[in-house]
Design a protein around this ligand. Structure first.
Ligand SMILES: CCCCCC/C=C/C(=O)SCCNC(=O)CCNC(=O)[C@H](O)C(C)(C)COP(=O)(O)OP(=O)(O)OC[C@H]1O[C@@H](n2cnc3c(N)ncnc32)[C@H](O)[C@@H]1OP(=O)(O)O
Length: 396
């Protein structure tokens, strides 16, 4: 375990790894630019900063660095900070982006920032336009596409360029989407992924969004979010079906124990690299997995991170049925459309007869697992693993 000074050093290090997108969203603008000749006004800059927060699509690291640099130049002038050390990868990249603007005038930087945000906003709007005929798409989600049709509410994870990693926003939106689906008139609800992955689990960059209270507060907030997120699966009252279109990692795998049916493409794989990340099992898997596959197989997966193919997962009872990838979508949706025509009240009642007996136990397991993982978030093992992932990913 890290000592107090080691812990402090890590806190400082992790707080520094905010995404440039967050960095450009300073709530208080410290502007000291004036003059009548400027084209973009201070108000334009402030509006653009707010617009960045509403972007539907992550613009990527390169653009975020550019935004960061232009913002700093527009509000503070040329780079005035000492160059960060060689191992301080994120701050070094930010410094380099700002420094590269040289003596670009503040008004020009401000105009460039506004223009860049405007081009990002229009491309994100055109890519998120509702397709003709998709009138049953539920609006208001930034990380999901939620549709209801033929008695099926489909919740599709929609961050394909991140392999559908679950960001903080996505956790919150899934909770909301499940709540809405539990009350709509669909007979069944499906969770699936957009793109080649089902889901790569917890977004490992979530940790960079450190609140003022520091890493301890972050761990507490994450634990509460995790507990509420898992609870919304335990409590879901209708048949819940996972359509696993590709590889699944971490929490996307553990949650499968709470689904009523799991259909998988033969391209899907299943693994939970918890020990590699210094983390402990969640999603009630410490209870559901031993029940589903027996304690020794569960240990191979949850403790040692053994990756299963779809057929192995099916043989162990985690997956209901495997389909060839080429016909996966067609076969699964044909089957589900037929199931959804069954009387919806009885589907709900049958689910509850099968599952309700276990509900109280599952909630207590969820609370216990969440409290254990809260300690793991703060462990040196876990922080090292996340930093390792972030520094490789930053490619800086
Ligand atoms: C509220 C808190 C709850 C916490 C719960 C506890 C934890 C639960 C877990 O889910 S633990 C599991 C976490 N997930 C991982 O460890 C997976 C990490 N990712 C990978 O190993 C790989 O990216 C991959 C195997 C999923 C895919 O590999 P590959 O096909 O080679 O693609 P890329 O690696 O190039 O990925 C493309 C792009 O996506 C980014 N990305 C993928 N997964 C994640 C992720 N989980 N978090 C953040 N970002 C992710 C990846 O970095 C690439 O980004 P880049 O293009 O480099 O910017």
């Amino acid at each position: 375990m890290a000592g107090a000074s080691g812990r402090l050093a890590w806190c400082r290090c992790l707080s520094a790894v905010r995404s440039p997108l967050q960095v450009v969203c300073f709530p208080a603008l410290k502007l000291h630019v004036s003059g009548a000749a400027m084209r973009a006004s201070l108000k334009d800059l402030e509006n653009a900063v707010n617009q960045v927060k509403l972007l539907k699509k992550d613009p990527g690291n390169e653009v975020k660095l550019k935004l960061y640099a232009l913002y700093k130049q527009a509000t503070e002038g040329p780079c005035n900070m000492p160059k960060p050390g060689v191992f301080d990868l994120i701050n070094k990249a930010k410094w380099e982006a700002w420094n590269a603007l040289g003596s670009l005038p503040e008004e020009t930087a401000r105009q460039n920032y506004v223009d860049l945000v405007s081009s990002l906003s229009s491309s994100s709007e055109s890519s998120s336009q509702v397709k003709p005929g998709a009138d049953k798409e539920h609006a208001g989600y930034g990380t999901l596409v939620v549709t209801s049709e033929d008695g099926i509410t489909k919740i599709m994870l929609n961050r394909p360029t991140r392999k559908n990693a679950i960001s903080t926003q996505m956790y919150q939106e899934i909770i909301l989407a499940l709540k809405a689906a539990s009350q709509d008139d669909s007979a069944i609800t499906v969770l699936t992924g957009n793109g080649d992955f089902y889901c790569s689990g917890n977004d490992l960059t979530n940790v960079t969004d450190t609140p003022l209270g520091g890493i301890e507060e972050k761990a507490k907030n994450s634990t509460n979010l995790l507990r509420d997120f898992v609870a919304s699966f335990i409590d879901f009252p209708k048949p819940l079906i996972a359509v696993v279109n590709g590889p699944a990692v971490g929490i996307a795998v553990t949650l499968l124990g709470l689904f009523d049916i799991v259909y998988a493409s033969d391209r899907a794989t299943f693994h939970t690299p918890f020990s590699h990340l210094g983390l402990s099992p969640e999603g009630c898997s410490s209870y559901t997995f031993p029940k589903i596959m027996g304690p020794t197989k569960a240990t191979e997966m949850l403790t040692f991170g053994k990756k299963l193919t779809a057929r192995e997962a099916c043989a162990q009872g985690l997956v209901t049925e495997v389909f060839p990838d080429a016909t996966f979508q067609k076969e699964v949706w044909t089957r589900l459309t037929a199931y959804a025509k069954l009387p919806s009240n009885v589907l709900r009642i049958s689910k509850q007869v099968i599952r309700n007996r276990e509900k109280e136990k599952l909630h207590s397991v969820n609370v216990e697992e969440s409290s254990i993982i809260q300690g793991r978030f703060l462990s040196e093992e876990s922080m090292n693993a996340v930093m390792n992932f972030l520094s490789k990913r930053a490619k800086l």
